[in-house]
Write a protein that binds this ligand. Structure first.
Ligand SMILES: [Zn+2]
Length: 419
């Protein structure tokens, strides 16, 4: 009945999937982790996907943060279209920093909601609840579709999430916010739902707790990836098209002493122009700063006094560890960002550095005993792009002709595989 139906979302036509399509966003899944474990032979399922299906390294959305990239993936569009360019932006009318996790800020439709409206059964599961509302934008829960977070797995209701008694169903206890189980719960729930309901589309979004804390060579990270690999294998065994990508990568940004390598930009600008003339916003900031101290590789500067963008750019451009300083127009053009939410100046650090606001406003106590690993810049915007099925001729040509974009992962998984 639905076999020949086409679903149009934000200018892309998607055919009706013949078998379930599972897209997994490995939060913070830098390609370096896969390189390490592929070389060691410790992730056999992913290795098989890459051999029998398709694999590449794609460009993610800059800033390489969680919210912008998850929204790019589920809308199939760059941030200039969907509008979510960070976790925070400054509302210049009120002077308030606005959290960008509200579904009303997301522009356009999601692939998930449009498929659901066309009659598909859709599942969206995220580790952190902060993403849930945007992922579930316009997703009609009353018709058998499901949207929940493992963070609040124990509190799900049919009305809000389309599922209840999730802990019993998955057979795992409520995972801790700072644990690898928070991600594994997402995958385990996806596997259980695939077994029971065989949904048409599943989006499974993990959390980067492990990658913030552990480098690829550390055994905790290896153990996490081995468990991910087993879950991916089980999803494939259930007959699904499995597509793996990440929202962003991850880099070590500590110095030889193990201390964070930070450019304290607000302090620098306050010294140069005086307090109140500029406002630095760190758009990585969220409620869970323990593992990154709100330090990332991308910040925004609004000129709120006599400092002009040109003067701010001049004051910043030669600072050690700064990779690029862009005015609003250039930043939006270069990185496909929405103009109306962009700052006067965009500042991006090199791979080994991060940028903060004022030193006294960052709580780094959660980093004690660990090197700072974080993301946000262009150096962390390369992500894996792996499918467990080969590409058809049309998409093989597409993949060869242009740089892969991670926001095309649903397009490639649904339209580009031979199935
Ligand atoms: Zn992330």
């Amino acid at each position: 009945m639905t076999a020949n139906k086409t679903v149009h979302v934000n200018g892309t036509a998607y055919r009706w999937p013949k078998r379930p399509v599972v897209v997994v966003c490995i939060d913070g899944g830098d390609p370096a982790y896969l390189r390490q474990y592929l070389a060691e032979g410790s992730i056999p399922n992913i290795a098989r996907f890459m051999q029998q299906g398709f694999s590449g390294v794609a460009d993610g959305t800059v800033p390489s943060f969680t919210c912008p990239n998850n929204m790019s993936i589920i809308t199939g569009t760059p941030a200039s279209r969907h509008g979510i360019s960070g976790n925070y932006y400054l509302d210049v009318k009120t002077g308030a920093a606005v959290v960008m996790t509200g579904p009303e800020l997301l522009r356009g439709d999601t692939i998930l909601s449009q498929f659901a409206d066309a009659g598909a059964k859709v599942v969206s599961i995220t580790a952190k609840d902060k993403l849930r509302k945007q992922l579930g934008k316009n997703l009609d829960i009353s018709r058998g579709n499901i949207s929940f977070s493992s963070e609040f797995a124990g509190k799900c209701t049919m009305k809000e999430n389309g599922i209840e008694d999730v802990l019993e169903f998955v057979g795992m206890p409520q995972p801790d916010m700072y644990s690898m189980e928070l991600s594994l719960f997402v995958l385990e729930a996806g596997i259980k739902l695939l077994e029971k309901d065989r949904p048409d589309l599943l989006y499974l979004s993990l959390t980067d707790y492990v990658q913030h804390k552990y480098a690829p060579h550390e055994s905790e990270a290896r153990r996490f990836y081995q468990q991910l690999d087993r879950c991916f294998g089980r999803l494939a065994d259930l007959g699904a098209i499995v597509a793996l990508t990440a929202d962003h990568g991850m880099n070590d940004k500590s110095n030889g002493n193990g201390d964070p390598n930070v450019v304290w930009l607000q302090d620098i600008l306050d010294t140069r122009f005086g307090k109140g003339d500029t406002r630095v916003i760190c758009p990585i900031t969220d409620a869970f700063v323990a593992h990154h101290g709100a330090l990332g590789g991308f910040v925004r500067v609004w000129c709120t006094g006599k400092a002009t963008p040109t003067r701010v750019i001049d004051a910043i451009k030669n600072i050690d560890g700064i990779e690029s300083v862009l005015d609003k127009e250039t930043a939006c053009r270069l990185h496909a960002l929405p103009m109306d939410r962009e700052a006067d100046v965009v500042v991006i650090s090199t791979a080994d550095r991060c940028i903060g606001g004022a030193a006294r406003e960052h709580d780094l106590s959660g980093l004690k005993g660990h090197r700072l690993r974080t993301h946000g810049g262009v150096s962390e915007a390369k992500v894996p792009f792996i499918l467990n099925a080969p590409l058809n001729d049309e998409y093989r040509l597409k993949a060869g002709a242009a740089t892969l974009k991670s926001y095309r992962i649903f397009d490639f998984a649904i339209n580009g595989t031979t199935h």
